[in-house]
Design a protein around this ligand. Sequence first.
Ligand SMILES: *Cc1c(COP(=O)(O)O)cnc(C)c1O
Length: 471
Amino acid sequence: MSEMIKASKTLSKLDGRTQYLTPIFGSVASDSAMPSAHINEFPVEPRVADEMIREYLSIEGNATQNSATFCQTYMEPTAAKLMADNLEKNAIDKDEYPMTADLENRCVSMIGDLWHADSAEQPMGTSTVGSSEACMLGGLGMLFRWKEQCAARGIDYHTRRPNLVISSGYQVCWEKFCRYWDVEMRTVPLDREHLSLNIDAAMSLIDEDTIGVVAILGITYTGRYDDVAALDARLAEYNDAHPQAMVRIHVDAASGGMFAPFIDPDLAWDFRLPNVWSISASGHKYGLVYPGVGWVVWRGKRALPEKLIFWVSYLGGKEATMAINFSRSASQIVGQYYMLMRNGREGYREIHQRTLDVARYLAQEIGAMGEFELLEAASELPIVCWTLHACEGRSWTLYDLADRLRMQGWLVPAYPMPANLENLDVQRLVIRQDFSMPLAIALAKDMRKQIDILNGSAPADAGKGFDHSGR
Ligand SMILES: *Cc1c(COP(=O)(O)O)cnc(C)c1O
């Protein structure tokens, strides 16, 4: 450690004397430790800093082979350049950048329309940094509506504890929401028969202090959609019987929100269902934008409590803002607008359908390998999830397979399922647009090879080693 610091101090002092003509890898900076605990005293030439940082980052694996993430790892160069050219704009300065603000409003309208919002209800929405912020806002909308409902019934909400009903396959942002705002999280366990929300169990957890039920369009663990229509029908009955304490749905459609409208247009999971009052999605998942953008939309004015709306000046008038973050670059919003305009419905459909075809091909291959039971074979999202068949005498686990695949650069994570199913280990592939068929064929081939090695039917060192004999 002390040597590292010494090295970085040396770097700073000497680097002030770097000659412009010195080649990058002849420079003192390229031969020293990069600053860590302390900022360096003197500047480093841009070309040297750039090369050093690029080189440092280059060894961490490539994003395309990362089948653990739902987040976009590819945008066409035109889109990336457009985004880079708008990095300096602050999305919150709506007065200064009214055209950018206009593009954001257009995105909210178009996405609300994809989710069948009815303009007569005056839907409202905003861009966010991602689904986490969007879910936080959706949750706050539910919490504030519950407070209003309590007030209307003459109940002091300070004396009550609000609760939220959600499947145990929730993403961590909901745990944050519940902890930050002291909301009791009532989780509905997943089980082998219910790899998405068990609706009977969810209904049994609801009471008059339930602020809402979260349905997930694409459970992170398996990619399964919750049956939002069935939940909506049950809540319609419940609300008829409890007109003073109605319970509505927020759909966390982080991955499905920008997928289902193009691939399953007839699936009613959105504002077509009367009890769906808000929806959130990540623009940077199947919305096809690089990380940093999400969306939340409320079905109408009555769904978004006034208290969550703040007003900023805009072209001499006022513009509503309800996001939590204030300053952030406009480039992700511009990128989302580009993707919507450039692709249109048909472009999104084509991209997503191909992605789905690749995922289904892999599901078929993985099923045919004989070792696995498929839990999800890209029936809805392009996600494949499997567990090991019970087999006497097998000496390896999914974690071993994940390790071996990682040695080849493939990131195919293995993990335990959530509470109640924690003894079930699964492995999951998330396919995105830039994981094309040739890569899928290569991955399937590699999986078979690694399984043979684990089963002891192929030598682990096959094809390895270097022949120095010069032949
Ligand atoms: C990814 C995900 C989130 C969090 O989204 P970010 O955009 O990464 O903040 C929330 N919920 C679900 C279901 C997700 O898949």
